[in-house]
Ligand binder design. Structure first.
Ligand code: ATP
Length: 364
């Protein structure tokens, strides 16, 4: 059994300058990341950004063109997937159709004793309990729903007691309601087992909901690696700000620094001219009058007739979403998104406070 993780223990999985080039084109480029023991770590990004390739490199289905991958501090290059002590679940269930559910779950135990020393039958029953399919052992997998098949696939991946679980879009073939239910179950199972998990999805909402930390990938690189709240509230680039949820990303020029000394780590309020408006934002970044600044304001931070930084736009579209309404305002040539309980029309003034805006990027 692995030693308990301490603050000094090496990361469970570590990528150090990892690249993968296919025919001259990099699919993954110089990625550094370190997944802690017991962590739920998600790779998220648009189609083709290199998520699956990164996961396949970790699994050992591909070998890196450059860089090093370590498991528990040990370099794993040359070690085939079956010897990496991983469990893998893919998007397309890939259960063996000619075997029962129980036989599927026991597949990884054919040549190996179950962890913990019990019988294979007990282990299968234990895993089917874990994924909430206690009576399914004798069933034909073809008679299961998509969500049930993915739970069986998860049980099969976990049966040999892997140290690392790798999940590649395991829910993307399921409908939205089922996906939300399954992700709660997957998260609960991961917590219970405290198993290091690396998850791939293109769905930013899923990534935020399920993860301890998220790596937002773009064109083969990891653009930001941080906990979900930080990714959401403090995106480190325009790309992350736009990819993760609705966001108002605005570019302007710093007119003045209003409050506070520009000392590293202390907050100041910057006045930023965006078109004919002056927006105030609080930041601890180094920022000077004349800089070009990219800022973002989340739709839920915009308050009607509230806030100190205001703009007046015209309602262009209103979408009723149940608990909230998503309103699109036209302001100059820009599009401003807000969320409000009330239906709106015509001219609307919205505003935000300095602490609700985030400085995404600054250029001298
Ligand atoms: P998706 O969400 O669409 O699966 P992804 O983020 O998982 O995308 P990858 O599948 O890792 O992206 O692909 C990254 C890039 O590498 C893409 O441009 C893809 O075409 C390319 N690529 C991936 N596998 C191979 C391969 N075996 N041969 C050549 N090119 C490949």
């Amino acid at each position: 059994a692995p030693a308990a993780a301490g603050p000094d223990s090496p990361p469970a999985v570590e990528l150090d300058g990892v690249s993968k080039v296919y025919g001259g084109t990099p699919a993954v480029e110089d990625v550094d990341l370190a997944v802690r023991e017991g962590e739920f770590f998600t790779l998220v990004g648009p189609s083709g950004c290199g998520k699956t390739t990164t996961l396949r490199l970790i699994a050992g289905f591909e070998s890196p063109t450059a860089g090093t991958i370590r498991f528990g501090g040990e370099v794993v290059s040359g070690i085939p997937p079956e010897d990496r002590n991983i469990g893998v679940v893919f998007q397309n269930y890939a259960l063996f159709p000619h075997m029962t559910v129980g036989e599927n779950v026991g597949y990884g135990l054919r040549f190996q004793d179950p962890p913990g020393g019990g019988s294979t039958e007990d282990r299968i029953a234990e895993l089917l309990d874990l994924v909430d399919l206690p009576d399914a052992a004798d069933r034909d997998p073809n008679t299961l729903s998509g969500g049930q098949k993915q739970r069986v696939a998860l049980a099969r991946a976990l049966a040999p007691g892997p140290e690392v679980l790798l999940l590649d879009e395991p829910m993307s073939a399921l409908d939205a309601r089922l996906r939300e239910r399954l992700r709660v179950q997957v998260k609960a199972i991961q917590r219970e087992l405290e198993i290091t998990t690396i998850y791939v999805t293109h769905d930013q909402e899923e990534a935020l909901a399920i993860s301890d930390r998220v790596a937002v990938m773009r064109a083969g690189t990891a653009e930001q690696i941080a906990p979900p709240r930080e990714i959401y509230r403090r995106p480190s680039s325009r790309f992350v700000a736009s990819f993760i949820g609705d966001n108002n990303v605005l570019e302007g020029r710093v007119r003045a620094i209003e409050k506070g000394k520009r000392k590293a780590g202390t907050a100041c309020v910057a006045v930023i001219d965006v078109d004919d408006a002056a927006f105030r934002l609080e930041t601890t970044e180094t920022i000077t009058a004349g800089d070009r600044a990219t800022i973002c304001v989340r739709p839920e931070a915009l308050r009607i007739d509230g806030g100190t930084s205001r703009l007046t736009g015209t309602v262009e579209s209103v979408e009723f979403l149940g608990e909230t309404t998503r309103v699109q305002l036209g302001w100059n040539d820009r599009e401003i998104i807000l969320r409000t309980p009330d239906p709106l029309s015509g001219a609307v003034t919205v505003g935000f406070d300095p602490e609700d805006a985030h400085l995404v990027a600054v250029e001298r």
